[in-house]
Design a protein around this ligand. Structure first.
Ligand code: SAM
Length: 271
């Protein structure tokens, strides 16, 4: 995409968080304005690249857990983003090719990319939807053609809720999603926090104010509140690397632990 003209209706001169995140992950789905803004974030938060990768690693571990241990066979990934590899369906289909995944995003560039990438991938659907209107997401005919809401589902809100402002009342939005799905359903969530390195986190977030979506930093209590009505699975709400790291080399884990976290993550289950 880097050298292509942007699709109609897209202003490539305004940095966009999905494409900045793609740049952090080493992708090519970004324009000059995205790269410049991402470089400004990297100046105050050099960890941003590694954090994006760790966030993806958390997502993969959570999906594996849900398929192998929790019997989840349907995922609704809201705020899909642009990552080219290691998407939810790829991780899940390694374990069970019948797993169904609905990818939801409000960004037309993300949707165009996802549709191109997923054409031919069975058991997936791409849906335009906004987390601020959860009922519309779950009522979407495309989503409903694949996802059976009478059966447990995993809702993924990975690195997306921090794009909602306080006025958006994210805890209420998550509760509306929770109330629309059956017991045994799960929530997978990660969120930027200013608990550590508050100053740098705020400087990094300030760069996003010049993008087409701002970031709202939240503390542990606020992020914990998003899991209201869910039982948090062990180990609870933790830094990205601490969520069931499995058999990862303990020395590597120790080295990572010395880096500031910036993110908290967790997986909850509706009892
Ligand atoms: C940082 S990316 C995260 C991608 C992926 N979930 C991950 O963690 O790797 C955030 C994504 O959320 C999307 N997003 C932001 N606000 C949204 C909203 N209100 N509704 C739906 N998607 C949204 C953006 O377009 C972007 O693709």
């Amino acid at each position: 995409m880097a050298d292509d003209a942007p699709p109609p209706g897209i202003d490539a001169s305004v940095p966009n968080p999905a494409r900045m995140y793609d740049y952090f992950l080493g992708g090519k789905n970004n324009y000059a304005a995205d790269r410049e803004a991402a470089e400004r974030v990297l100046r105050v938060a050099p960890e941003a690249r590694v954090l994006a990768r760790r966030n993806r690693a958390f997502l993969r571990r959570a999906v594996r857990h849900l398929v192998t241990e929790a019997g989840i066979r349907q995922f609704v990934d809201i705020g899909t983003g642009l990552p080219a590899q290691g998407g939810v369906h790829e991780v899940a289909h390694e374990l069970d090719p019948t797993v169904r995944v609905a990818y939801v995003d409000h960004d037309p560039v993300v949707l165009a990319h996802a549709r191109a990438l997923l054409s031919g991938a069975g058991s997936t659907v791409t849906v335009r939807g906004d987390l601020r209107r959860p009922e519309e997401i779950l009522a979407d005919p495309g989503l409903r053609s694949l996802i059976d809401l009478s059966q447990p589902v995993a809702i993924l809100l990975v690195a997306v809720v921090h794009f909602l402002s306080r006025d958006d009342k994210p805890a209420e939005l998550v509760a509306r999603l929770r109330d629309a799905v059956v017991p045994g359903s799960h929530l997978v969530l990660s969120h930027v926090t200013d608990e550590e390195r508050g100053g740098a986190a705020r400087e990094g977030a300030a760069v996003y104010r010049g993008s087409d979506a701002g970031i709202t930093l939240r503390n542990r209590e606020e992020i914990h509140g998003l899991f209201d009505g869910f039982d948090l699975l062990d180990p609870g709400l933790v830094p990205l690397d601490d969520w069931r790291p499995g058999d990862e080399n303990p020395l590597l884990r120790q080295a990572r632990r010395n880096l500031p976290t910036w993110f908290l993550c967790g997986v909850g289950r509706i009892p």
